[in-house]
Design a protein around this ligand. Structure first.
Ligand code: HAM
Length: 418
């Protein structure tokens, strides 16, 4: 779990702003869910033989003896909330959320135990047009962030019937090669054989390459759905690679699954992942409702943005109000409030607690301020204030306090339009 320090938060805010704009642009509505849910919810949705549920959840008993878990992802909670509040019944919902998720994974670059996701979930639309919309959204976000070299991997998992048939074939195939499997895969063989295909162990890559493919077992409807999706992506000029081994680590998917990946982040290169989960709402007790979504790994996107030198847009310069002498402290605080009343966009920091002029100037400089406003007794007595530019060669200026708001307002306008 890691702290996000003030030097990094402007990047996070930049992404959050871009996300909010994107969601508005596609008319998705925000939903906020609790960080804690009944453990059972995740076991039933993500799957009891997935890595997440088997070994990564923060699970505890509360005072009533109920088993609760910190959420490892948001889809399950979103479906639960949708059913509980009657949002899904015969309705179309396009929802999004942002917040921390928790998984007790082995920490490494790009993999944390508390990480941030932006999730998008849409309910009530069975058509491939929705799958395409989700991918268009992500593509638009990459463009807004200047990330133009992410690759889209795409697969279809078919209906649950086609997966069951495929699973049998796969167990047969890997059982015939039992000696070549590593320990992890041997465990997965009986419990979750499709996940062997996701193995990153190079020793298994040949065996996996030669394994039977799910595409050979696909039902016609899923095939049709997938070709509609690829036609929509083609028409929009979005490049993708069909990766028949892309399985995803959560059990609820059917039909489309996708991941956006980069080779710039080492082993943890997936920055966004999602797919269709048409069976999940019904499985949790709601009416059968088609659904699809994705989640962005915000920490990983941050690492990418920062490695690229993308700099957040600069706000209007910060101002630092220096108050010299006991006599001006009271008036100085009042003046600062008057300025904030008139200019709510301004970034104004007041030197609270006195100090010598030089010490205050140092603080102003260290705060990153571009401009110091100086109120000492002289200025105070003449109803004036001095303006000193800390990062530019410009002469210090003294103006009447009655002109200060107009002066700062003009300054903001010229700086912002620069
Ligand atoms: P997921 O693939 O488990 O899917 O996670 C989505 C993204 O969250 C990953 O691609 C990655 O970028 C980020 N992520 C996951 N674990 C970590 C970690 N330990 N540290 C940093 N980042 C991480 C889901 O969670 C699904 N709920 C996505 C979805 C929404 N499918 C349909 N709707």
């Amino acid at each position: 779990m890691h702290d996000i320090l003030p030097s990094d938060t402007p990047y996070w805010q930049m992404l959050e702003t871009a996300v909010r704009r994107l969601m508005r642009n596609y008319s998705y509505e925000e939903i906020r869910m609790p960080l804690v849910e009944k453990t059972e919810l995740f076991v039933r949705t993500i799957g009891d033989v997935t890595d997440i549920v088997e070994k990564e959840m923060y699970t505890f008993e509360d005072r009533n003896g109920d088993s609760l878990s910190l959420r490892p992802e948001g889809t399950a909670s979103c479906v639960r909330a949708g059913i509980e509040h009657g949002l899904l019944h015969n309705q179309i919902q396009r929802l999004w959320y942002m917040g921390p998720m928790f998984r007790h994974e082995r920490p490494q670059k790009g993999r944390y135990r508390q990480f941030q996701q932006v999730g998008v979930e849409a309910f009530g639309i069975a058509s491939a047009a929705l799958d395409a919309e989700l991918i268009f959204m992500t593509q638009r976000l990459w463009k807004a962030l200047g990330l133009n070299d992410l690759q889209l991997q795409l697969n279809t998992l078919g209906s649950s019937a086609s997966r069951i048939a495929y699973r049998e074939q796969l167990v047969e195939y890997f059982s015939d090669h039992h000696n070549e499997l590593d320990d992890d895969s041997k465990k997965r063989l009986t419990r979750n054989p499709l996940r062997i295909l996701d193995s990153k162990n190079p020793a298994l890559s040949e065996l996996i390459q030669a394994a039977p493919l799910l595409s050979e077992f696909l039902d016609e409807e899923s095939q049709q759905h997938f070709s509609e999706l690829t036609a929509l992506l083609d028409a929009r000029g979005i490049n993708y690679e069909v990766n028949p081994h892309l399985m995803r680590g959560l059990d609820y998917y059917q039909k489309t699954v996708f991941e956006w990946v980069t080779d710039q982040l080492g082993a943890q290169g997936t920055v966004c992942a999602g797919g269709r989960y048409d069976g999940l709402v019904e499985q949790l007790g709601g009416r059968a409702t088609p659904a699809a979504g994705f989640a962005l790994g915000v920490d990983r996107l941050m690492a990418l943005l920062q490695s690229r030198d993308v700099t957040p847009e600069h706000d209007f310069s910060q101002l630092y109000l220096i108050l010299v002498g006991d006599a001006v402290q009271h008036a100085g605080l009042q003046l600062a409030e008057t300025v904030r009343d008139a200019l709510p966009e301004i970034r104004l920091r007041v030197n609270c607690g006195g100090g010598k002029f030089n010490a205050q100037m140092k603080r102003a400089d260290r705060s990153g301020a571009d401009i110091a406003l100086i109120l000492a007794e002289d200025e105070h007595n003449n109803a004036q204030i001095s303006v000193k530019y800390l990062r530019e060669e410009r002469p210090q200026k003294t103006i009447g306090q009655s002109k200060l708001i107009e002066y700062l307002d003009n300054l903001m306008k010229t700086r912002v339009s620069k």
